[in-house]
Design a protein around this ligand. Structure first.
Ligand SMILES: Cc1cc2nc3c(=O)[nH]c(=O)nc-3n(C[C@H](O)[C@H](O)[C@H](O)COP(=O)(O)OP(=O)(O)OC[C@H]3O[C@@H](n4cnc5c(N)ncnc54)[C@H](O)[C@@H]3O)c2cc1C
Ligand code: SF4
Length: 330
C-alpha cells in the first residue's frame, strides 16, 4: 500500500479544506470499499480525509412527507429505521441483501452509492482498464465477462454498478444531496450515477471534492406495495448477477403506479421506463407483464458470457411484479 496522510477534521468545513479538491485526496467513510482498493493498488490517494464521524447520521422526516437520510447512516440502521426501511419493503430488502451483517454495520449510505465496480479487471492493476487508467483499453470486452453489463454499456467499458441500495433508490425516485464549494444541490439518483459512454472513469456526476451529504426519499416512497429480489451466485454475501426493485399499486384492478429498476445489468441501476409505460393503466395480467418486461429487455446487448442475465432478469421481474399485483393480475 502506498504511504498516505490521514486527516481527521473536526467539521465538514475543515474536511473540505483538507481535501481541497486535489486529485490525490479522498474522503473516507466506512472504508469498506476504499481501503480494499488501496490494498490492491487500484486507489492510490496521498491524503485520506476521514469524514465518518462528521457526515449527517440521522434519518429525519421532511415537511412534504418524505425522508432525509444522512450520508453517514449505516446500512444496518437504515434497513431497520422506523421512518425508512421499516416502512419501505423494497429499501429494507435491498439493504439486507447486500454484503454481510458486519459490512452493513460499517458501510455508509453515501459510500454505498459511491463504491466502485467489482469488475475483476478493474481490480487487477496488471490488466488494461479504461475506468482505472483512461485510454488503456478494456480487458473485459473480450475477457471473462459473465458478470458484466447487458444494457447501456459502451465499447470503452462494460462494467456494472454493484450497489443494491441504489437499485431500490432508483425505483423510489430518490435524490442525492451534494454539498460543495458552491453550496448544496440535489440530483435525481439516475442523474447522479452515470452510464460509461466516453468517460467510464467517471462513475458519477459528483465533482471532485464534493461530498454526498444525504439521500432524499420523496413522500411516494412509502405506503405502496414494493419488493426487491436479487439473484446471486451464493446465498451468503455476493453481488447481484441480476436484481429487481419494484413498486406497484393498482386501483380497480388497473396499474395506477409502477416503478421498475434492474440491478446487475448496467453501469447504473436500469430504470425500466418502457416497461412502466406499457403497464400503467393496464390490468397487470401475466401476459401484460411478460410483454412489458420483454419490451424493456429487447434493448439488451449481451456479451459473450452473459446472455443468461437477460433471461434471469426477466424472470425476476415477472415474479416480483406478479407478487405485487396479487389478485389484480387475474
Ligand atoms: C465482501 C464484500 C461484499 C459486498 N457485498 C455487497 C453487496 O452485495 N451489495 C452492495 O450493495 N454492496 C456490497 N458491498 C459493498 C459495500 O456495501 C460498500 O463497500 C460500502 O457500501 C461502501 O461504504 P463505505 O462507507 O464503507 O464507503 P468507503 O469505502 O469509505 O468509500 C467508498 C467511496 O466513496 C467515497 N465516499 C464515501 N462517502 C462519501 C461521501 N459522503 N461523499 C463523497 N464521497 C464519499 C470514498 O472516497 C470512496 O471513494 C460489499 C463489500 C464487501 C467488502
Ligand atoms: S469493464 Fe470497465 S471496469 Fe472492467 S476492465 Fe473494462 S473498462 Fe475496466
Amino acid at each position: 500500500m502506498k504511504p498516505f496522510r490521514y486527516v481527521r477534521p473536526a467539521s465538514l468545513a475543515e474536511a473540505a479544506e483538507a481535501h481541497g479538491g486535489r486529485p490525490g485526496s479522498a474522503y473516507l467513510a466506512g472504508g469498506t470499499n476504499l481501503v480494499d482498493l488501496m490494498k490492491l493498488g487500484v486507489a492510490r490517494p496521498d491524503t485520506l480525509v476521514d469524514v465518518a464521524r462528521l457526515l449527517p447520521a440521522g434519518v429525519e422526516a421532511t415537511a412534504p412527507g418524505g425522508v432525509r437520510v444522512g450520508a453517514g447512516v449505516r446500512g444496518t440502521d437504515l434497513a431497520a429505521h422506523p421512518l425508512a426501511g421499516a416502512r419501505c419493503p423494497v429499501l429494507a430488502q435491498a439493504l439486507l441483501s447486500g454484503a454481510s451483517g458486519q459490512l452493513r454495520n460499517a458501510a455508509t449510505t453515501g459510500g454505498n452509492l459511491l463504491q466502485r465496480t467489482r469488475c475483476g479487471y478493474f481490480q487487477d492493476v496488471s490488466k488494461p482498464c479504461n475506468k482505472r487508467d483512461p485510454g488503456s483499453g478494456c480487458a473485459a470486452l473480450d475477457g471473462v465477462n459473465r458478470e458484466h453489463a447487458v444494457l447501456g454499456h459502451s465499447p470503452l467499458c462494460v462494467a456494472t454498478h454493484p450497489s443494491d441500495l441504489a437499485v431500490a433508490l432508483s425505483a423510489l425516485d430518490a435524490e442525492v444531496e451534494v454539498t460543495g464549494a458552491d453550496g448544496i444541490r440535489t440530483v435525481p439518483l439516475d442523474g447522479f450515477l452515470r452510464l460509461p459512454g466516453e468517460r467510464p472513469d467517471q462513475d458519477t456526476t459528483l465533482r471532485h471534492g464534493e461530498l454526498v451529504t444525504a439521500v432524499l426519499l420523496p413522500p411516494g416512497a412509502f405506503g405502496a406495495p414494493s419488493a426487491y429480489r436479487k439473484a446471486r451466485d451464493r446465498a451468503s454475501y455476493a453481488f447481484a448477477l441480476a436484481s429487481v426493485a419494484a413498486v406497484l399499486e393498482t386501483r380497480d384492478g388497473l396499474v395506477s403506479r409502477i416503478a421498475l429498476a434492474f440491478g446487475g445489468l448496467a453501469h447504473r441501476p436500469w430504470r425500466a421506463r418502457a416497461a412502466e409505460e406499457r403497464l400503467l393503466g393496464e390490468r397487470p395480467t401475466a401476459e401484460a407483464v411478460r410483454a412489458a418486461v420483454d419490451a424493456e429487455l429487447a434493448a439488451a446487448r449481451p456479451l459473450r458470457d452473459n446472455a443468461f442475465k437477460v433471461l434471469l432478469a426477466g424472470n425476476l421481474a415477472r415474479h416480483v411484479l406478479a407478487g405485487l399485483a396479487g389478485p389484480a393480475r387475474d
